[in-house]
Design a protein around this ligand. Structure first.
Ligand code: GDP
Length: 365
């Protein structure tokens, strides 16, 4: 499954946030946690639609879908030259599908900052520079191999050479790869290189307890937002410390606590939802009496593959999927009602699954 890697300089609040993630996840008793890598935190994806469906169907069990974060410790200045845990760090980022960079926007004189001052843009640039240098090295190595073949006018090599040269130019100008636009074919080549700055990026601006209510009053948050807009990245605001405290509360207490603070949605919930969207993931539902459940799928897949998310047998023996959109089902008030309204469609092998579809698969065993 797809995962977002949490990165950031030392003392910016990564561990605090990751603790909140693992503690929040521990409540989901539906998953075999014993087998999970300690650097992976699994969280439930908050989805109001699941609660509504559950109220409608009144099932024995309601099971949310989950999302994985990976804790990637150890970036320091010079990582691309092997400083600190440099190479190890970079290879861990290579394995994640998106990066979530925690940026220190809280001030606390008791907590030292690696570079001696709080300057979120400088922090972001320090990290991004290491990632771009590592990418440049990957591109240069590949160029050396492709150049010769390209000179012999090998068609594929020429195409790759041109893409590599564009990448090289951009990286030398300190532009992350995700800011470039490519044709589908070119993008396939770029993807194959697994460049660190080609991955979707999200910044988590970690603010003080005092700032959560009105984060835009924090100049550092504003700066991070401006910076992110320029490089096709997104920003969410969290107070890692509050998130860590919230995980100890039950749902009702959490809602009251957030309400007192004047926050509609916890930073962690926002982080989960945005990471999910950033990775192009959607949710479909199955809604039977024994169980109402949310499932994650990569947007663009067809009905049989969605069935395969549940079980590989479902995909192999796929016949069709009874499908109703969440909105239509809620409007009709029941599955029978939706059927009467003609809102339940019989979809076949070519149907492209939509976020919010409520599906019932028919299959041969
Ligand atoms: P890491 O090195 O990036 O993993 O940073 P830590 O999570 O260990 O945090 C470093 C210090 O900053 C710890 O003492 C945290 O308690 C503190 N810290 C983290 N987040 C916040 C926050 O939102 N507000 C305040 N005041 N302190 C925080």
């Amino acid at each position: 499954s797809l995962t977002a890697g949490i990165v950031g300089l030392p003392n910016v609040g990564k561990s605090t946030l990751f603790n909140a993630i693992t503690q929040a996840g521990a409540e989901a008793a539906n998953y075999p946690f014993a087998t999970i890598d300690p650097n992976v935190g699994i969280v439930e994806v908050p989805d109001e639609r699941l609660n509504q469906l559950s109220e409608l169907v009144n099932p024995k069990k309601t099971i949310p879908t989950t999302f994985e974060f990976t804790d990637i410790a150890g970036i320091v200045k010079g990582a691309s030259q092997g400083e600190g845990l440099g190479n190890q760090f970079l290879s861990h980022i290579r394995q994640v599908d998106a990066t979530c960079q925690v940026v220190r926007c809280f001030r606390d004189d008791n907590i030292t900052h690696v570079s001696g001052k709080i300057d979120p843009l400088e922090d972001i640039e320090t990290i991004n520079l290491e990632l771009m240098l590592a990418d440049l090295e990957t591109v240069n190595k590949r160029l050396q191999r492709v150049e010769k073949m390209a000179r012999q006018k090998d068609k594929e090599a020429v195409a790759e050479y041109n893409v590599l040269m564009r990448l090289k130019e951009a990286l030398e100008a300190e532009e992350p790869v995700r800011t470039l636009t490519f044709s589908d074919d070119e993008w396939k080549l770029v993807k194959g290189l697994q460049l660190l700055t080609s991955k979707p990026a999200l910044y988590a601006a970690n603010v003080s307890e005092e700032d959560v209510q009105n984060p835009d009053a924090n100049e550092d948050v504003q700066k991070v937002k401006e910076y992110a807009a320029k490089e096709n990245a997104e920003v969410i605001v969290v107070c890692a410390k509050i998130e860590e405290e919230i995980t100890e509360l039950d749902a009702e207490e959490k809602a009251m606590f957030l309400d007192d603070l004047g926050i509609a949605e916890s930073g962690l919930d926002q982080l989960i939802k945005r990471s999910y969207q950033l990775l192009g993931l959607g949710t479909f539902f199955t809604a039977g009496e024994p169980e109402v459940r949310a499932w994650t799928f990569p947007k663009g897949i067809k009905a049989p593959q969605a069935a395969g998310v549940i079980h590989s047998d479902f995909e192999r023996g796929f016949i069709r999927a009874e499908t109703v959109s969440y909105e239509d089902l809620m409007e009709a008030g029941s599955m029978a009602g939706a059927r009467n309204n003609g809102r339940v469609r019989l979809e076949g092998k070519e149907y492209i699954v939509q976020d919010g579809d409520v599906m019932h698969f028919r299959f041969n065993v």
